[in-house]
Design a protein around this ligand. Sequence first.
Ligand SMILES: [Cu+2]
Length: 510
Amino acid sequence: MWAMEPGHLFWALLFIQSLWPQLTDGTTRVYYLGIQDVQWNYAPKGRNVITDQTLDNDIVASRFLKSDKNRIGNSYKKTIYKAYTDGSYKVEAPQPAWLGFLGPVLWAEVGDVINIHLKNFASRSYTIHPHGVFYKKDSEGSLYPDRTSGRLKADDSVPPGGSYIYNWTIPESHAPTDTDPACLTWIYHSHVDAPRDIATGLIGPLVTCKRGTDPSGTLDGNNPPQRQDVNSDFFLLFSVVDENLSWHIDENINTYCSNPSTVNKEDEAFQESNRMHAINGFVFGNLPDLSMCAHNHVAWHLFGMGNEVDVHTAFFHGQMLTIRGHHTDVANLFPATFVTAEMVPQEPGTWLISCQVNSHLRDGMQALYRVESCSNVPPMSLLTGNVRKYFIEAHEIKWNYGTMGHDGSSGNNLKEPDSGSEKFFQRSAGRIGGTYWKVRYEAFQDETFQERVQLEEDKHLGILGPVIRAEVGDTILVIFYNRASQPFSIQPHGVFYKKDYEGTVYNDGE
Ligand SMILES: [Cu+2]
């Protein structure tokens, strides 16, 4: 046995302490989380809020939301995390309505300990597993063959009626970097069978902040933080929630389908009716109460979850986002991708948040957010630049996708029999061929719309409209003439506009 002088022991302890990765000099944030079964309605307002139509008048929305003999409809049994005020698990901590079925927001600063008292009130085994924090094997909350046992295995699966205490820390190695925002966006979820646990509803947001972000020191389940740098934090999960994967799919069929025996779980149309294109568990504009003040600092904590269909492009109409130091108005999200976006909304109004993936936009992944004008703020910085006038016409044209008539790489005629291009270009009784009627934006010299603007450098643009150019301080004035045979508009990205220049149709109450 190795012997040590008392003095050496002191130095050895000091050395161990300095290597200890989870040095915790902050606060211990205690959260009492209960896992509970609930009935969840994806569309509590009972209509498509974006189009202001009832379900009966909305064929697409009713495909997902109307129950029938073999359709579940808008309500599903789910299992979610709920926060309680103390270890009696009797009083639920208040939670904003816009969080939907997400679990409570867990906050901590660098140096803190997050202390989760998890109690499982549901009917299967679940856990809580975090992203973005430091944990040891006894607080990982993931079931996989990691060769742990006994005390180190108890966190892997908390049975019905069981409870477990998880400890996570935020050491410097996990801290936001100097160039990160003050608070970073992460998540937690159950990880016994992660895809099914998450589809069942067990997911929530986790935020790790730089030291001193909340000087009041009140970040915990009962006290939302008082950040110095940000007035409001919002958390949005973009996910096509696949209720077919939920542990409750059979019970949901039996509860909500009027004739459960007619359900074929393998039927593609049935499965599709259970893929809810949701933001925080709300579809078709049903997400409530997303409200903020103009000119305030807002942090949007955005995350994706799911499978290969969960490629989301979250477009915030009307305002500019800052993501990783860059300006954009669209955030890109993949499954288990966490994005912290900052915004100082400028223009009051009700604005749309929509996933721009075509089918997601159509199938309900949209929400409204409200920018209030809360105080008299000086007007926007003066526009001292030029007014750039553009006369743009929507013009119907016959567009040929292969104007050269041959394949540029092989030199073959595009209609060459059995070539790769033939099916796109050979016109026949049942095939359109390579030429289509299209509508293109075209630039004209003036408001008479007689003479086109033809720039040498624009020749490569093809079907694209003209390039609109401006500098900071400029105003872009577009005179739009729709010469086509159905309604069109021009909706810009990346510029400031008021409601009357938005160019987008939705029910914003204006
Ligand atoms: Cu999407």
